[in-house]
Write a protein that binds this ligand. Structure first.
Ligand code: FES
Ligand SMILES: [Fe+2]
Length: 444
């Protein structure tokens, strides 16, 4: 890889056109830095409209409907007769009901209001049963043509369900012009052989702004302080707070920051990679050999509402029986929930502060370690101005908030789930302890 020092301690990687910043103490705004450095050739090309990972495959069982919203637009996922995932706008074209309470029968979506059934192509397959044939008999042909579901393109890959979101669903998914490649989101395309890993996964819902949550996951500074007592790593706690050397690498697909200890001869601490619009990879070392990758997907459900899907891939503890025995999954879940609950209070109030205009450039003073956040802000502002995704399906204070309430299913919004998980851990521990005790008692 050829590198050459540029102005401001920056070096341009000519092989990939990446901009690599090695000026750790530079507190200046990136905009002014960019003016003085050679302009990077590659900037993030993905905006806010495009591919989103919205569910894991496991969550979408055959015959089930999974409802969610994205940028306030209500959508529903289901599997059709061929087990292909469909993402449909949650509105029945007969009289506008939601499919909430509806069914999937033989891979066809069925409306709960008058029983209209739809093929996976979105056409109504039982017109005679939902209409009074004797009244509109002469209009049947026209009616049949006009009653159609609206859909978004969907792809299922490596245990994730991706939708191509544009804000404008179509009656024929072939009509979409797919402008961004799904490839840029896939772990495998970054060199992580995902099939070699086992993983745990949790969903978390926040009543906070989507963008603030991503920012939190790009933020190395708070991890030691806020999560120091929760993260099960003895080197990450309030007493071990340290400063890092930071290398930021940007190209048209991603921004990546590599943090290494200043003290111990450049030993790497962690890498954080942001791939727009909503995916973050956290790992250590090279993608091919890392033992552990965290993949976080952020879904902008609506104003002040967001969902995060967290997947922890690991190359260790792969034996299912053993991991079951040590309650690995439940304990992981407990840690995840705790970490997100810790973040939640800050995210909610930070959302308010941001929306009130308190977090303007002059009111906040960023540190060198915040550089990744600053790059992210620059991308976000640009994308928001250009695409205005929140203006496509705007809601206001009088909008019926049925989807807000329904959408928030996971902790910390639903603490009952965390309580249940804790109860499960307790019961499993008791059962494990009782088994040998009862054997001993029997033998006595
Ligand atoms: S509104 Fe769906 S069948 Fe009537
Ligand atoms: Fe956090």
């Amino acid at each position: 890889m050829k590198e050459e020092k540029g102005k401001d301690n920056k070096s341009i990687d000519y092989e990939t056109n990446n901009l690599i910043s090695s000026n750790y103490d530079d507190h200046k705004s990136l905009k002014s830095q960019e003016n003085t450095a050679s302009k990077p050739i590659n900037q993030l090309t993905n905006g806010l409209l495009g591919w989103y990972s919205v569910s894991s495959s496991e969550e979408l069982k055959e015959g089930k409907l999974n409802f969610f919203t994205i940028y306030n637009e209500p959508l529903v996922l289901y599997r059709d007769r061929e087990n292909i995932v469909r993402c449909v706008k949650d509105i029945c074209p007969h009289r506008g009901a939601s499919f909430l309470g509806g069914e999937v029968i033989n891979g066809q979506l069925v409306c709960p209001y008058h029983g209209a059934r739809f093929s996976s192509q979105g056409s109504c397959t039982n017109l005679d049963r939902i209409t009074c044939q004797h009244i509109i008999d002469s209009n049947y042909d026209n009616y049949a043509k006009s009653i159609k579901l609206l859909q978004y393109p969907c792809v299922e890959k490596e245990g994730y369900i991706y939708i191509y979101y544009t804000g404008t669903p179509q009656s024929n998914i072939e009509d979409f012009e797919i402008k961004s490649s799904l490839n840029s989101l896939l772990p495998d395309s970054y060199g992580f052989p995902s099939s070699e890993y086992e993983y745990e996964e949790v969903y978390v819902d926040f009543k906070a702004d989507w963008a603030r949550i991503i920012e939190n996951h790009l933020d190395i500074l708070h991890v030691f302080w806020m999560h120091g007592n929760t993260i099960p790593d003895k080197n990450v706690n309030r007493n071990t707070i340290t400063s890092f050397n930071q290398k930021i690498k940007r190209d048209n697909r991603q921004i990546e920051s590599i943090y290494s200890y200043k003290t111990s001869s450049q030993e790497e601490f962690i890498r954080i990679k942001f791939v727009p619009p909503g995916r973050i990879f956290i790992y250590k070392g090279s993608p091919e050999s890392t033992r552990y990758i965290q993949v976080l997907d952020h879904i902008p459900l609506g104003n002040n509402r967001a969902r995060v899907i967290v997947r922890h891939y690991r190359k260790f503890l792969k034996n299912k029986l053993f991991t079951n025995l040590v309650l690995f999954s439940n304990l992981q879940r407990k840690t995840f929930y705790k970490i997100f609950t810790e973040d939640y209070q800050v995210l909610k109030t930070q959302t308010f502060n941001e929306q009130m205009g308190y977090i303007q450039k002059d009111n906040v003073k960023l540190l060198g370690e915040d550089k990744m956040v600053q790059y992210y802000w620059d991308w976000l502002q640009n994308a928001l101005n250009k695409e205005k995704p929140w203006d496509i399906h705007p809601t206001n204070s009088t909008t019926n908030n049925v989807h807000n309430d329904r959408g928030m299913l996971y902790p910390p919004e639903n603490p009952e789930m965390a309580i249940k998980n804790n109860r499960k851990i307790l019961i499993k521990l008791l059962t494990r302890a009782l088994f040998p005790i009862s054997i001993i008692l029997l033998l006595l």
